[in-house]
Design a protein around this ligand. Structure first.
Ligand SMILES: C[C@H](O)[C@H](O)[C@@H](O)C(=O)CO
Length: 476
């Protein structure tokens, strides 16, 4: 009889429940439930609806009962940086902000007044991004201090959902590193840093590694969903789970975890918190097995997703890729990492304004718009590859694209062309697979990460793209 494991993988724009089991040495996965996600706009503030998400987590769990496939364990991963603060009765304090909200504007200055930016990087190795938890907590301290004063527990979102299911509070390491408050040496909260910033230190729980058991479902939840199972920690930052699923035994080489964001980097055994890495805004996020994800956070498919929404989701991504290809000679490019694309009212307009501002041709049709987005993204990959090669003092001959974005065949080819590297694409469900791998390793189905990665290579389709023409990278 098969042993089933459930991955709950929640991204910024959708969530899914994926059941996994082993069959003749291969990992088999089935999506059993999918739901929409997105930040809600409440009086101009961008928030997560955690009640809704918890409801959807439970709805997906009920599908297991309907299918008669009860998982032995389950685990939850989400995006990074966002969190809840709980009061003494474990109630969520205030609204749960989403990382695209603007409340952190200026909070970097306040942080650097207390600790210089270079010192902060040397201590944490985390890339500066205005949405990092460190700046969000500063926004709490400055804008709603009563909430921080009342807080008894800080939990990242996947840990909060695990808590709701089990009544057990456990904090996971990989997601916590995205806060910019964790030491890459001790792999624990940097308590001294918390003190310097004036954040309460006792609300942060000791950090635990993937594979740690959180607990069984609480009686109430078990009754609600119709079964009981163990909840365990995967690498709960979705990118960390995706990188686990790199279909290479050693996981060496370049990767892009491609989705709403494009996370491009390599795996390192030791964090590089040096000056050059800081200047290049590279990050050292914590990974499975004490590895580091040395990478750059690139705006990713967010731009094309936003344009698509503005067009009422009329076109599929494959159609948009097709239109971009038809307009591939359209010359304008944008800086995919420019802050103006974080949360504009209209992405189309923002891209047009950018092109106008920089004296370039303004895209008018959807095809022209898609061409600008995909080509700009590929150019950004080209620049980042060169940065990574310089910083790691290594040449890489290929890039592995994992995650939903690996479906974008046109972008895969553009990436090969812009970087001059061979591209391998797949698996597209890398995050859920990584989530399952952590559970399968814990359950003894794999000896460790290398064995699990080998199985991913053997179980899923990987497509290859050869660089054809080296496109000229426009540095803006
Ligand atoms: C803010 C994003 O969550 C984060 O930087 C990125 O790493 C991610 O989690 C993509 O899903």
């Amino acid at each position: 009889m098969s042993r089933y494991f459930l991955a709950v993988d929640i991204g910024a724009s959708s969530g899914r429940h994926i059941l996994g089991h082993m069959e003749e040495g291969n990992l088999k996965i089935t999506e059993i439930y999918r739901f929409a996600n997105g930040m809600t706009n409440k009086d101009g503030r961008l928030l997560w609806d955690v009640e809704y998400l918890l409801g959807e987590i439970k709805n997906g769990m009920r599908e297991c009962v309907r299918l008669g496939k009860i998982p032995e364990s389950m685990s939850i991963d989400t995006w990074a940086v966002d969190y809840v603060l709980l009061d003494e009765k474990d109630r969520v304090l205030g609204d749960v902000y989403g990382y695209r909200d603007e409340r952190t504007a200026g909070c970097d200055d306040e942080v650097y007044r207390l600790i210089p930016e270079n010192e902060l990087y040397a201590r944490t190795g985390i890339q500066k991004q205005m949405f990092n938890t460190i700046y969000q907590l500063m926004a709490d301290r400055l804008q709603r201090p009563e909430i921080l004063r009342m807080a008894k527990t800080f939990l990242m979102l996947p840990d909060y959902f695990s808590f709701c299911l089990t009544s057990k509070k456990v904090s996971e390491y990989t997601n916590a590193t995205s806060t910019q408050l964790v030491s890459p040496d001790t792999k624990q909260w940097d308590k001294e840093l918390l003190q310097i910033l004036g954040y309460p230190t006792d609300i942060f729980l000791p950090l635990k590694m993937s594979g740690t058991e959180v607990g069984f479902l609480s009686k109430e939840v078990s009754k609600e969903v119709g079964f009981d199972c163990k909840v365990v920690l995967c690498s709960s930052h979705d990118t960390a789970s995706a990188v686990m699923a790199l279909p290479k035994e050693n996981g060496d080489g370049l990767y892009i975890s491609s989705g709403t964001w494009s996370l491009m980097g390599v795996e390192l055994k030791k964090a590089d918190c040096g000056k050059e890495s800081r200047k290049a805004n590279m990050t050292n996020e914590g990974g499975y097995d004490y590895r580091f994800r040395y990478l750059k956070n690139i705006m990713g498919l967010w731009m094309i997703q936003s344009v698509r929404h503005e067009l009422k989701d009329e076109y599929s991504f494959a159609q948009l890729c097709g239109m971009a290809k038809e307009n591939q000679d359209f010359p304008s490019r944008v800086d995919a990492n420019d802050g103006c694309f974080m949360a504009p009212d209209s992405m189309r307009k923002e891209i047009q304004d950018y092109c106008r501002r920089t004296g370039q041709r303004v895209p008018e049709t959807t095809g022209e718009m898609a061409a600008v987005i995909y080509r700009s993204l590929a150019d950004c990959y080209g620049v980042t590859v060169r940065e990574l090669e310089r910083l790691t003092e290594k040449r890489y001959d290929s890039i592995h694209i994992i995650g939903g974005g690996a479906n974008a065949e046109y972008l895969n080819q553009l990436t090969a062309d812009a970087t001059g590297k061979k591209v391998y694409a797949g698996p597209t469900e890398a995050t859920a697979i990584g989530n399952l791998m952590a559970q399968l390793i814990k359950a003894g189905e794999f000896m460790g990460l290398s064995a699990a990665r080998k199985c991913v290579y053997e179980s899923f389709e990987i497509k290859e793209y050869q660089p054809q023409q080296k496109s000229e990278t426009v540095v803006l």
